[in-house]
Design a protein around this ligand. Sequence first.
Ligand SMILES: NC(=O)C1=CN([C@@H]2O[C@H](COP(=O)(O)OP(=O)(O)OC[C@H]3O[C@@H](n4cnc5c(N)ncnc54)[C@H](OP(=O)(O)O)[C@@H]3O)[C@@H](O)[C@H]2O)C=CC1
Ligand SMILES: Cc1cn([C@H]2C[C@H](O)[C@@H](COP(=O)(O)OP(=O)(O)O[C@H]3O[C@@H](C)C(=O)[C@@H](O)[C@H]3O)O2)c(=O)[nH]c1=O
Length: 296
Amino acid sequence: MNILVTGSKGQLGSEIRDAAMLDGGLRFFFCDLAELDITDRDAVVRMCERDGIDVIINCAAYTAVDRAEDDADTAMRVNRDGPGVLAECARERGALLLQVSTDYVFNGESSVPYRECDEVSPLGVYGQSKWEGEELVRRSGASYMIFRTSWLYSAHGNNFVKTMLRLGAERDELRVVFDQVGTPCYAADLARALMHVLERVEPGVNYAATYHFSNEGVCSWYDFAVMIMRLGGLGCRVVPIESSEFPAKVTRPHFSVLNKGKIKADWGVDVPHWMDGLERMMRAPLARGGASRGDA
Ligand SMILES: NC(=O)C1=CN([C@@H]2O[C@H](COP(=O)(O)OP(=O)(O)OC[C@H]3O[C@@H](n4cnc5c(N)ncnc54)[C@H](OP(=O)(O)O)[C@@H]3O)[C@@H](O)[C@H]2O)C=CC1
Ligand SMILES: Cc1cn([C@H]2C[C@H](O)[C@@H](COP(=O)(O)OP(=O)(O)O[C@H]3O[C@@H](C)C(=O)[C@@H](O)[C@H]3O)O2)c(=O)[nH]c1=O
């Protein structure tokens, strides 16, 4: 099976690359923006033909949540139009598309973990663009699976954990919101789940499914920050604040925990607890800085 990974130098793409090294059965082709812009239809078709691609894993995205409010055109182009291009190409060649999406498609008004069939109502441009990307994939006629995840972090690239480790080493005190509740997801665990599914897909089956995947458990960004400081051995005090006290362009959902029952039932995917994921990430050589393309 020949697998194209787009946006391969981001957090998830990098973790898939690491996971792929341990898996001999699948043949991967990794491309980031410099090699393949997912919005460039001709380039996507050419590359898929050249490499005989059977599966596309789309890790390319515009992930700057606040910046997207002022740069909606780019966010929409990458997060909506890009998956549309990939889905069309997948349909034409009978390939399978794995699209990655977000908990930010929900408005956070629920008090129980979101299921795949729950109504979406994004609060900002980023969430809206990801939802519209999902819809283009669903309507394309391609064989697809959409994986919504949340609060992704990795030793590769930039994310909340690395920001907390950096700021925690510089400051005595950090103020972090306690009224946004969700579940962090170690990108290595999502990468492993995607590999697990890929190893079990059956040729010729037309998949059309949406799944939720993050780590197990529930916490606020405040709880997450406290645990990061503790595991990082940092003395920085973390002060809980309300979202209104942390200036941001866009409102984040107050509750965006995902229910992962469906992916566990359909594929037998193993889901580690978020604290377990965080412990493993902190042991990775790049966790506290070091050279990673995403850190530039
Ligand atoms: N980060 C998070 O907290 C969460 C992410 N997700 C979703 O998970 C997926 C993976 O996210 P993550 O790994 O964090 O993303 P990153 O932002 O780490 O990586 C995205 C990659 O896509 C590249 N890219 C941007 N535009 C294009 C384009 N037009 N064509 C090809 N590549 C492009 C980026 O390049 P460059 O850096 O040069 O722009 C970057 O290398 C995304 O779909 C995201 O929406 C879901 C929930 C949480
Ligand atoms: C740095 C910092 C952030 N915060 C808040 C801001 C925000 O509400 C929350 C998390 O900060 P971030 O900037 O990481 O948040 P954000 O960019 O909203 O993270 C999101 O990214 C996109 C791509 C997703 O798909 C989501 O699942 C989610 O991971 O913590 C503090 O309260 N104090 C701080 O010192």
